[in-house]
Design a protein around this ligand. Structure first.
Ligand SMILES: Cc1ncc(COP(=O)(O)O)c(C=O)c1O
Length: 365
């Protein structure tokens, strides 16, 4: 099951510019740090409107570095994280040896603001823009916005990643901008940006001053993006609007064929990571997955409730029932492909198969 899938979850675009820049990088032997890293960062600041962008090796490392910097800035050792998310999000907090307070999500899959705000003055908020939907930001709390699944989504014209004090992106293959592995941090805060650059490079005092290179004021990571990957990113950024608009178009077509069951807030434009569907129960959802895979349509279970369903977090003793909304979604939802390279014929076929699935829940609108 799952082999030879005709409609895959991920799309890879490698424009000719990316190939030229990669060849240039290789020819000049600038495999690790190169001017393409700064060029990619500049393209990201221009596109997102952020004052600073810091390119890193993955979305996970973007989260780890951003959290590490916020921990130092706000003297907080605790984060409030949605129970329903991809495991990389809490893992990044653990890398920083931070305490994680998991809270339930709302029915729209994003972190419950009401529950998060109970930790005001005690913790950093760490919402995630799940499936491209923009999370509501808790008020009065320092905030890291994990926008790893939402590159390109906007609310009232403001881009995902720009709602917290600091935001993170992933350029993994299932996301809109795809360098294979890769990520970035964006912020308007000069001090935080400098600290992120330090933490990205082992926590060292300076990358450029030979006398400071082996001085380490902070505990850091090796989260640097390589020159080759940055060269790919530079090529992609020359086409970013094309990829984002195309993904949006695919989403709108699919959503119309599926009775507009994926709703948006007023002023919100979602550039999705996947297209979720809800089923009447776990066995029925699992059966739907088998049917989709047999039809050559790749799909995934929605994320799980990390603290109450994942063995890696069992030491927290947050038993099933503690996060009812997250657990319900984890047991009853799957998601379909919704990327920019899907053809009209593929979208129509996928929608026809999906609509015929037994026990597909009705749209909640
Ligand atoms: C919410 C969220 N955070 C972090 C990540 C980690 O990104 P990466 O796979 O680039 O490390 C992902 C990955 O898909 C994610 O969905």
């Amino acid at each position: 099951m799952g082999g030879n899938l005709e409609i895959s979850l991920a799309a890879v675009n490698v424009p000719p510019e990316a190939m030229d820049y990669v060849m240039d990088t290789l020819r000049r032997g600038r495999l690790s740090q190169s001017e393409y890293v700064e060029r990619f960062e500049k393209a990201l600041t221009d596109w997102t409107g952020a004052k600073h962008a810091i390119a890193v090796s993955s979305g996970t490392m973007a989260d780890a570095v951003a959290l590490g910097a916020m921990k130092i800035k706000h003297h907080h050792n605790r984060v409030v994280c949605p129970a329903l998310t991809f495991v990389a999000q809490p893992n990044a907090a653990r890398m920083n040896e931070m305490d994680i307070e998991f809270v339930d999500v709302s029915e729209d899959w994003t972190m419950s603001v009401e529950q998060a705000e109970r930790w005001r003055e005690l913790a950093i908020a760490y919402p995630s823009d799940c499936m491209g939907r923009l999370a509501r930001i808790p008020s009065g709390m320092p905030c890291v916005e994990d926008a790893c699944e939402a590159f390109g989504s906007t609310l009232d014209g403001r881009r995902a990643g720009r709602f917290g004090e600091i935001g993170t992106y992933s350029f993994f293959v299932s996301h809109t901008l795809t360098t294979g592995e890769g990520g970035a941090i964006v912020t308007d805060d000069d001090w935080l940006a400098d600290l992120c650059r330090t933490l990205r490079s082992h926590g060292r005092a300076s990358d450029s001053d030979a006398m400071q290179k082996f001085r380490f004021p902070f505990y850091g990571f090796n989260a640097k993006m390589t020159g080759v990957i940055a060269a790919v990113g530079c090529g992609l950024m020359e086409h970013v609007d094309e990829y984002v608009n195309r993904r949006r178009q695919v989403f709108k077509t699919l959503n119309e064929l599926m009775d507009n069951r994926f709703t948006e807030r007023e002023g919100e434009i979602v550039i999705p990571h996947g297209y979720p569907l809800e089923f009447e129960g776990q066995m029925r959802r699992d059966e739907a997955m088998r049917l989709l895979l047999d039809e050559g349509i790749e799909c995934r279970k929605f994320f799980s409730s990390i603290p109450s369903m994942e063995p890696a977090y069992a030491h927290l003793r947050r038993y099933l029932g503690r996060y009812p909304v997250a657990e319900y979604i984890a047991q009853t939802h799957l998601y379909l492909p919704c990327h920019q390279n899907l053809t009209q014929a593929q979208i129509e076929r996928m929608a026809a198969v999906a609509r015929s699935l037994p026990f597909l829940s009705k749209p909640r609108i």
